[in-house]
Ligand binder design. Structure first.
Ligand SMILES: [Cu+2]
Length: 325
């Protein structure tokens, strides 16, 4: 089951990743040139001074002041070149570092607060009007071309926020908020990944940034802000009853119902996502049923218990959750 896009840091889709990519290529070509030069010199040294077959075993060492002086000059020049190259690399690295943070001064930023926890992500979309703030999990939409400021925080251990096509890695440190700015130049789904080992399911602590045009993004925000859809079919109604009368509500929120748990991801609009379980399981009724029945078959050790429910209840739950777009 592979849901990942390429996650290719060398296929940048935003200015930050672009700068990092250019720096990478510059290092790449300089190091290639140095490596080739070293190998060439090595072969010259091996073949130039080969001992002839009929040579006496004891080498004759005569003082050669002119030759030594020449060697001394060559070594000094090469040392000088090495220092210059290291300086060029250092300065380019510094310049790129500055560039990555230049966006912090741009106007009209959108602010999103990301919380990492074992092993999923939530995002709170900030707004000047408190009633416009909403929270969602694992699939984060952003408008194309708008600078986004992410506040990063963690509730348990250190995680790291990484969307290779958009930016480098940034750690989430419990008790110490960090920030990162990024912008997407073109629409698309960019898969992200926790990049700091954080326990058993670290590899399945994934997420996606979905960049889209302003109108689509605005519509998405409106949907996210709204309370959950009411169930329409009998099966969905039964699913909602099961949800509200079992342990689900201690950990999950469904807006507009009494379910207000905050241990797991909010499920108010879970049906609108392409994936569940931190971008590691496809989102359809069958997978939802299997997930609710035993999430550990997908993510062993996950912080959600198995549920021993009758088949009919499981089916109804899956149908209800999938209807929550
Ligand atoms: Cu993590």
């Amino acid at each position: 089951m592979i849901l990942a896009n390429a996650q290719n840091a060398l296929a940048p889709a935003g200015p930050q990743a672009q700068s990092i990519g250019s720096l990478w290529w510059m290092f790449h070509w300089i190091f290639w040139a140095i490596w080739i030069a070293v190998v060439v010199c090595m072969f010259i040294a091996i073949f130039k001074n080969r001992t002839p077959q009929d040579h006496p075993l004891q080498p004759e060492v005569k003082p050669d002041p002119a030759g030594e002086k020449r060697v001394g000059v060559v070594i000094s020049i090469l040392t000088g070149i090495t220092v210059v190259i290291l300086f060029v690399l250092l300065i380019s690295d510094f310049v790129v570092g500055r560039k990555l943070f230049a966006m912090s001064k741009e106007d009209n930023q959108r602010e999103i607060k990301i919380t990492g926890q074992q092993w999923f992500w939530t995002a709170e979309y900030e707004d000047a009007t408190a009633s416009n703030i909403f929270t969602t999990a694992n699939e984060f939409h952003i408008p194309v071309g708008v600078p986004i400021k992410f506040y990063l925080t963690s509730t348990d251990v250190i995680h790291s926020f990484w969307v290779p096509e958009l930016h480098g890695k940034k750690d989430l440190i419990p008790g110490h908020d960090t920030q990162i700015w990024l912008k997407a130049d073109k629409p698309g789904r960019y898969d992200g990944q926790c990049a700091e080992f954080c326990g058993h399911q670290h590899a399945k602590m994934r997420f996606a940034i979905i960049a889209e045009d302003a109108d689509t993004f605005k519509k998405w925000c409106e949907t996210q802000r709204a309370p959950a859809r009411q169930p329409t079919t009998n099966e969905q109604i039964r699913g909602q009853q099961v949800f509200l009368n079992t342990t689900c509500i201690t950990c999950h929120t469904i807006g507009g119902t009494k379910a207000g748990g905050r241990v797991g991801p909010p499920l108010t609009h879970v049906g609108g996502n392409q994936t569940i379980a931190a971008n590691s399981v496809p989102n359809d009724e069958e997978h939802l049923r299997e997930w609710i029945n035993n999430p550990h078959q997908f993510k062993p050790g996950v912080r959600m218990p198995m549920n021993n429910l009758p088949d009919e209840d499981l089916k109804a739950l899956a149908a209800y959750l999938h209807s929550l777009e």
